[in-house]
Design a protein around this ligand. Structure first.
Ligand SMILES: *[C@@H]1O[C@H](CO)[C@@H](O)[C@H](O)[C@H]1NC(C)=O
Ligand SMILES: *[C@@H]1O[C@H](CO)[C@@H](O)[C@H](O)[C@H]1NC(C)=O
Ligand SMILES: *[C@@H]1O[C@H](CO)[C@@H](O)[C@H](O)[C@H]1NC(C)=O
Ligand SMILES: *[C@@H]1O[C@H](CO)[C@@H](O)[C@H](O)[C@H]1NC(C)=O
Ligand SMILES: *[C@@H]1O[C@H](CO)[C@@H](O)[C@H](O)[C@H]1NC(C)=O
Length: 245
């Protein structure tokens, strides 16, 4: 570490400039810095999703907006089934997820971010509504739930910060890419769609758009056959990108 500090100091002096802290901090060279650079406070303020994040989508681009937060969402998608009709399609009735702040991963290791939903889906969550909503951690950005069947709520107020609440509606969507993780067995029904959401007047946060991408799992079975009726919960993970003007 000292050697690289000396090296970069030398390089910076040779280039006639003071040492920018982003150069001599050897994020990509020193293992001891790896974990500390995954957490902490990273203010993104980027004008687009970095290409290293492997964001290839047909959703509208966030023109004139800046990246505010990136979160990994981990939770459940709920569906209901009409138990009297085994050929019926499960109907979506919302989702509940904990949102973990991944700003520093995007800032320091953008090329890893698209792998994280798949990774997190390997760990089970406490999957009742109260347990997910009660979850707290220093890295929690907030929680995601539904106000009603068409209204997504991103509550970005936690024990440690008050970023407001984004109340949003689906403005566009695309099928998840074929390579997306299908989900946990025995509910490997496919990855839920990628979404573009726009906030409504009820929002109290300054967010101007939200993307749900890199989904893993979350889809319902094709039919209600074998379901006992009532709520069917399918575990999922995804990335959420919050932009503001
Ligand atoms: C974000 O970047 C824009 C454009 O460079 C700049 O005008 C703005 O002050 C920045 N905001 C923050 C909070 O750094
Ligand atoms: C990027 O994502 C696309 C699908 O969205 C996939 O086909 C491709 O393999 C990914 N590239 C990398 C480097 O992961
Ligand atoms: C799940 O919830 C139970 C009861 O609330 C708690 O004891 C347990 O530690 C939780 N597990 C995880 C992985 O959070
Ligand atoms: C979703 O299902 C879970 C149980 O799996 C339940 O705790 C929660 O209340 C349900 N939420 C909605 C909105 O249906
Ligand atoms: C769902 O909630 C939104 C926002 O609160 C509201 O504008 C809309 O009318 C509601 N829709 C239904 C069907 O209740």
């Amino acid at each position: 570490m000292l050697a690289s500090f000396i090296f970069f100091t030398f390089m910076a002096m040779a280039m006639g400039s003071p040492v920018p802290s982003t150069i001599w901090r050897p994020h990509h060279r020193d293992g001891s810095n790896f974990f500390s650079s995954l957490t902490g406070t990273c203010s993104l303020n980027m004008s687009s999703i970095p290409s290293a994040a492997n964001f290839t989508s047909t959703l509208p681009t966030p023109t004139g907006q800046r990246l505010q937060y990136v979160a990994v969402g981990r939770g459940i998608q709920n569906y209901t089934c009409d138990s009297s009709d085994p050929t019926a399609t499960p109907a979506p009735v919302g989702a509940i997820a904990a949102l973990y702040n991944a700003n520093c991963v995007v800032q320091n290791y953008a090329y890893m971010i698209d792998k994280i939903p798949d990774l997190l889906l390997q760990f089970s969550v406490n999957s009742t509504k109260d347990e997910i909503l009660a979850s707290d951690s220093p890295n929690l950005l907030g929680h995601h739930r539904f106000g009603n069947s068409t209204t997504a709520v991103f509550d970005l107020n936690t024990a440690s910060h008050e970023y407001g609440e984004v109340v949003a509606h689906k403005a566009d969507s695309m099928k998840a890419p074929n390579i997306s993780p299908a989900g946990q067995s025995p509910s490997a029904n496919g990855a839920v769609a990628w979404l573009y959401l726009l906030p409504s007047a009820e929002s109290t946060a300054d967010t101007t758009s939200v993307y749900r991408t890199h989904t893993a799992g979350g889809s319902a079975p094709a039919t209600c056959e074998g379901q006992k009726g009532g709520t069917l919960s399918v575990e999922y993970a995804a990335l959420y990108w919050f932009f503001k003007k």
